[in-house]
Design a protein around this ligand. Structure first.
Ligand SMILES: Nc1ncnc2c1ncn2[C@@H]1O[C@H](COP(=O)(O)OP(=O)(O)OP(=O)(O)O)[C@@H](O)[C@H]1O
Length: 243
Protein backbone atom coordinates (compact mmCIF):
# COMPACT_ATOMS: atom_id res chain seq x y z
CA UNK A 1 0.00 0.00 0.00
CA UNK A 2 1.29 3.46 -0.90
CA UNK A 3 2.46 5.49 2.04
CA UNK A 4 2.94 9.20 2.43
CA UNK A 5 6.30 10.91 2.88
CA UNK A 6 8.13 11.92 6.05
CA UNK A 7 8.28 15.66 6.74
CA UNK A 8 11.27 17.11 8.53
CA UNK A 9 10.68 20.71 9.54
CA UNK A 10 13.41 22.83 11.02
CA UNK A 11 12.63 26.54 10.85
CA UNK A 12 15.32 28.70 12.42
CA UNK A 13 13.55 31.97 11.64
CA UNK A 14 10.46 32.94 9.66
CA UNK A 15 9.69 36.63 9.72
CA UNK A 16 7.50 38.73 7.45
CA UNK A 17 8.99 42.04 6.40
CA UNK A 18 7.66 44.88 8.52
CA UNK A 19 6.41 42.48 11.20
CA UNK A 20 7.68 43.48 14.64
CA UNK A 21 8.54 39.92 15.69
CA UNK A 22 9.44 36.63 14.05
CA UNK A 23 6.51 34.32 13.39
CA UNK A 24 8.59 31.18 14.01
CA UNK A 25 11.93 30.74 15.71
CA UNK A 26 13.58 27.35 16.15
CA UNK A 27 10.45 25.42 15.29
CA UNK A 28 11.23 21.74 14.84
CA UNK A 29 8.71 19.13 13.82
CA UNK A 30 9.18 15.63 12.50
CA UNK A 31 6.08 14.15 10.88
CA UNK A 32 6.11 10.39 10.32
CA UNK A 33 5.08 8.88 6.97
CA UNK A 34 1.32 8.49 6.59
CA UNK A 35 0.46 10.32 9.77
CA UNK A 36 -2.48 12.69 9.98
CA UNK A 37 -1.48 15.81 11.89
CA UNK A 38 -3.83 18.56 12.97
CA UNK A 39 -2.34 22.02 13.46
CA UNK A 40 -4.40 23.84 16.05
CA UNK A 41 -3.90 27.29 17.52
CA UNK A 42 -5.27 30.81 17.79
CA UNK A 43 -5.91 33.00 14.78
CA UNK A 44 -2.77 34.61 13.41
CA UNK A 45 -0.37 32.20 15.09
CA UNK A 46 1.03 31.04 11.73
CA UNK A 47 -0.80 27.81 10.86
CA UNK A 48 -1.49 28.75 7.21
CA UNK A 49 2.02 30.11 6.85
CA UNK A 50 3.43 26.81 8.09
CA UNK A 51 1.37 24.96 5.46
CA UNK A 52 2.69 27.28 2.74
CA UNK A 53 6.26 26.69 3.91
CA UNK A 54 5.72 22.90 3.81
CA UNK A 55 4.19 23.26 0.34
CA UNK A 56 7.27 25.13 -0.86
CA UNK A 57 5.03 28.07 -1.88
CA UNK A 58 6.81 30.35 0.59
CA UNK A 59 10.57 29.86 0.57
CA UNK A 60 11.51 33.07 2.42
CA UNK A 61 12.70 31.60 5.71
CA UNK A 62 15.90 30.53 7.39
CA UNK A 63 16.09 26.79 7.96
CA UNK A 64 15.05 23.68 6.09
CA UNK A 65 11.91 21.72 5.34
CA UNK A 66 12.37 18.34 3.74
CA UNK A 67 9.88 15.92 2.24
CA UNK A 68 11.40 12.45 2.25
CA UNK A 69 14.81 14.12 2.36
CA UNK A 70 14.12 16.48 -0.57
CA UNK A 71 13.95 20.25 -0.03
CA UNK A 72 10.25 21.23 0.01
CA UNK A 73 10.60 23.71 -2.86
CA UNK A 74 12.16 20.96 -5.03
CA UNK A 75 9.88 18.09 -3.94
CA UNK A 76 6.71 16.94 -5.73
CA UNK A 77 3.96 19.52 -5.35
CA UNK A 78 1.63 18.50 -2.50
CA UNK A 79 -2.12 18.32 -2.87
CA UNK A 80 -3.36 21.57 -1.30
CA UNK A 81 -6.93 22.29 -0.23
CA UNK A 82 -7.62 25.95 0.58
CA UNK A 83 -10.30 27.41 2.84
CA UNK A 84 -12.47 28.11 -0.21
CA UNK A 85 -12.65 25.79 -3.24
CA UNK A 86 -11.02 28.27 -5.69
CA UNK A 87 -12.48 26.59 -8.79
CA UNK A 88 -12.11 28.40 -12.11
CA UNK A 89 -15.70 29.30 -13.10
CA UNK A 90 -15.11 28.88 -16.85
CA UNK A 91 -13.90 25.27 -16.53
CA UNK A 92 -15.84 22.09 -15.82
CA UNK A 93 -15.11 20.10 -12.66
CA UNK A 94 -12.99 17.70 -14.69
CA UNK A 95 -11.07 20.50 -16.42
CA UNK A 96 -10.49 22.28 -13.11
CA UNK A 97 -8.71 19.15 -11.94
CA UNK A 98 -6.72 18.81 -15.16
CA UNK A 99 -5.72 22.50 -15.13
CA UNK A 100 -4.07 22.09 -11.72
CA UNK A 101 -2.21 18.96 -12.69
CA UNK A 102 -0.37 19.12 -16.01
CA UNK A 103 -0.42 15.72 -17.70
CA UNK A 104 -3.57 14.61 -15.88
CA UNK A 105 -5.73 12.72 -18.38
CA UNK A 106 -9.53 12.84 -18.54
CA UNK A 107 -9.57 9.33 -17.14
CA UNK A 108 -7.35 10.33 -14.19
CA UNK A 109 -9.57 13.33 -13.46
CA UNK A 110 -12.58 11.02 -13.60
CA UNK A 111 -10.91 8.62 -11.15
CA UNK A 112 -10.18 11.51 -8.75
CA UNK A 113 -13.82 12.62 -8.98
CA UNK A 114 -14.97 9.05 -8.42
CA UNK A 115 -12.92 8.91 -5.20
CA UNK A 116 -14.85 11.85 -3.78
CA UNK A 117 -18.24 10.54 -4.90
CA UNK A 118 -18.66 12.80 -7.94
CA UNK A 119 -18.25 10.30 -10.77
CA UNK A 120 -21.13 11.76 -12.77
CA UNK A 121 -20.36 15.47 -12.22
CA UNK A 122 -17.18 15.92 -14.27
CA UNK A 123 -18.88 17.92 -17.03
CA UNK A 124 -20.60 20.37 -14.67
CA UNK A 125 -19.36 23.92 -14.17
CA UNK A 126 -18.77 25.32 -10.64
CA UNK A 127 -22.03 27.34 -10.67
CA UNK A 128 -23.89 24.05 -11.28
CA UNK A 129 -22.36 22.48 -8.16
CA UNK A 130 -23.49 22.91 -4.56
CA UNK A 131 -21.02 24.29 -2.01
CA UNK A 132 -20.36 20.78 -0.71
CA UNK A 133 -19.77 19.45 -4.23
CA UNK A 134 -17.33 22.29 -4.93
CA UNK A 135 -15.38 21.29 -1.81
CA UNK A 136 -15.27 17.73 -3.09
CA UNK A 137 -13.95 18.87 -6.46
CA UNK A 138 -11.25 20.85 -4.64
CA UNK A 139 -10.34 17.70 -2.76
CA UNK A 140 -10.32 15.64 -5.98
CA UNK A 141 -8.05 18.28 -7.52
CA UNK A 142 -5.64 17.94 -4.57
CA UNK A 143 -5.70 14.14 -4.91
CA UNK A 144 -4.89 14.41 -8.62
CA UNK A 145 -1.93 16.71 -7.88
CA UNK A 146 -0.50 14.50 -5.14
CA UNK A 147 -2.44 11.82 -3.30
CA UNK A 148 0.57 10.99 -1.07
CA UNK A 149 0.85 14.37 0.65
CA UNK A 150 -2.21 16.47 1.42
CA UNK A 151 -2.08 19.91 3.04
CA UNK A 152 -5.49 21.18 4.07
CA UNK A 153 -6.17 24.70 5.30
CA UNK A 154 -9.45 24.78 7.23
CA UNK A 155 -11.10 22.38 4.78
CA UNK A 156 -14.44 22.35 6.63
CA UNK A 157 -14.83 26.02 7.40
CA UNK A 158 -18.22 27.62 6.64
CA UNK A 159 -19.91 24.31 5.81
CA UNK A 160 -23.11 23.41 7.60
CA UNK A 161 -23.06 20.66 10.21
CA UNK A 162 -24.42 17.96 7.87
CA UNK A 163 -21.83 18.72 5.21
CA UNK A 164 -19.03 18.78 7.77
CA UNK A 165 -20.16 15.31 8.89
CA UNK A 166 -20.13 14.08 5.29
CA UNK A 167 -16.69 15.60 4.68
CA UNK A 168 -15.31 13.99 7.86
CA UNK A 169 -16.51 10.59 6.61
CA UNK A 170 -15.06 11.20 3.15
CA UNK A 171 -11.68 12.25 4.54
CA UNK A 172 -11.56 9.29 6.94
CA UNK A 173 -12.24 6.90 4.08
CA UNK A 174 -9.69 8.48 1.73
CA UNK A 175 -7.04 8.54 4.45
CA UNK A 176 -7.68 4.90 5.40
CA UNK A 177 -7.56 3.83 1.72
CA UNK A 178 -4.53 5.78 0.52
CA UNK A 179 -2.47 6.27 3.70
CA UNK A 180 -1.24 9.73 2.67
CA UNK A 181 0.64 12.04 4.98
CA UNK A 182 -1.85 14.76 5.90
CA UNK A 183 -1.30 18.07 7.65
CA UNK A 184 -4.47 20.02 8.24
CA UNK A 185 -5.25 23.29 9.91
CA UNK A 186 -8.39 23.67 11.93
CA UNK A 187 -9.63 25.98 14.64
CA UNK A 188 -12.07 23.30 15.82
CA UNK A 189 -10.84 20.60 18.14
CA UNK A 190 -13.69 18.43 16.85
CA UNK A 191 -11.98 18.12 13.45
CA UNK A 192 -8.74 17.02 15.12
CA UNK A 193 -10.57 14.61 17.44
CA UNK A 194 -12.29 12.94 14.49
CA UNK A 195 -9.51 12.75 11.91
CA UNK A 196 -6.02 13.25 13.32
CA UNK A 197 -3.66 10.75 14.89
CA UNK A 198 -1.57 13.62 16.24
CA UNK A 199 -2.45 17.17 17.20
CA UNK A 200 0.13 19.95 17.36
CA UNK A 201 -0.97 22.98 19.33
CA UNK A 202 0.80 26.24 18.56
CA UNK A 203 0.80 29.34 20.74
CA UNK A 204 2.84 32.43 21.65
CA UNK A 205 4.88 34.69 19.42
CA UNK A 206 7.22 33.47 18.01
CA UNK A 207 4.96 30.42 17.77
CA UNK A 208 5.95 27.45 19.90
CA UNK A 209 4.59 23.94 20.07
CA UNK A 210 2.78 24.02 23.40
CA UNK A 211 1.40 20.49 23.12
CA UNK A 212 2.06 17.50 20.90
CA UNK A 213 -0.75 15.04 21.51
CA UNK A 214 -1.03 11.49 20.19
CA UNK A 215 -4.56 10.32 19.34
CA UNK A 216 -3.84 6.62 18.88
CA UNK A 217 -7.28 5.08 18.39
CA UNK A 218 -7.95 4.82 14.62
CA UNK A 219 -10.64 7.28 13.46
CA UNK A 220 -12.96 4.48 12.34
CA UNK A 221 -12.93 3.04 15.87
CA UNK A 222 -13.66 6.35 17.65
CA UNK A 223 -17.08 6.13 19.20
CA UNK A 224 -18.87 9.00 20.93
CA UNK A 225 -17.05 8.33 24.21
CA UNK A 226 -13.60 8.40 22.61
CA UNK A 227 -14.44 11.52 20.62
CA UNK A 228 -15.61 13.20 23.81
CA UNK A 229 -12.36 12.29 25.60
CA UNK A 230 -10.24 13.51 22.70
CA UNK A 231 -12.12 16.81 22.43
CA UNK A 232 -11.78 17.40 26.17
CA UNK A 233 -8.08 16.56 26.03
CA UNK A 234 -7.45 18.92 23.13
CA UNK A 235 -9.54 21.72 24.65
CA UNK A 236 -7.65 21.45 27.92
CA UNK A 237 -4.46 22.35 26.09
CA UNK A 238 -5.68 24.78 23.50
CA UNK A 239 -8.60 26.69 24.90
CA UNK A 240 -9.74 26.97 21.29
CA UNK A 241 -13.32 26.88 20.15
CA UNK A 242 -15.12 23.54 20.20
CA UNK A 243 -18.26 22.66 18.23
N1 LIG B 1 2.22 37.56 3.12
C1 LIG B 1 2.25 38.08 4.35
N2 LIG B 1 2.87 39.24 4.60
C2 LIG B 1 2.93 39.76 5.84
N3 LIG B 1 2.39 39.18 6.92
C3 LIG B 1 1.75 38.02 6.72
C4 LIG B 1 1.63 37.40 5.44
N4 LIG B 1 0.94 36.23 5.57
C5 LIG B 1 0.63 36.14 6.87
N5 LIG B 1 1.10 37.21 7.57
C6 LIG B 1 0.98 37.43 9.01
O1 LIG B 1 1.50 36.30 9.68
C7 LIG B 1 0.71 35.98 10.81
C8 LIG B 1 0.25 34.52 10.69
O2 LIG B 1 -0.70 34.41 9.62
P1 LIG B 1 -1.36 33.00 9.27
O3 LIG B 1 -2.37 33.26 8.21
O4 LIG B 1 -0.29 32.02 9.00
O5 LIG B 1 -2.06 32.65 10.65
P2 LIG B 1 -3.15 31.52 10.98
O6 LIG B 1 -2.72 30.90 12.26
O7 LIG B 1 -3.32 30.62 9.81
O8 LIG B 1 -4.43 32.42 11.18
P3 LIG B 1 -6.00 32.09 10.92
O9 LIG B 1 -6.36 30.96 11.86
O10 LIG B 1 -6.69 33.36 11.28
O11 LIG B 1 -6.16 31.72 9.46
C9 LIG B 1 -0.41 36.98 10.86
O12 LIG B 1 -0.03 38.01 11.75
C10 LIG B 1 -0.48 37.52 9.45
O13 LIG B 1 -0.91 38.84 9.43
Amino acid sequence: MATGPRLTINIRVKRFEAAPAALFENLRLDIAPSSVVALVGPSGIGKSTLLRLIAGIDTAFDGSIEIDGVRAAAASTPGFVFQDPRLLPWLTASDNIRAASPGCSEQEAHTALQRVGLATSGSLYPHQLSGGMQRRVALARALAVNARLLLLDEPFVSLDRTLVGEMHLLFSRLIAEGRPTVVFVSHLTDDAARLADRAILLDHRPARIVADIALPIPPAARDAAVLGQYRTLLDSFSGVECE
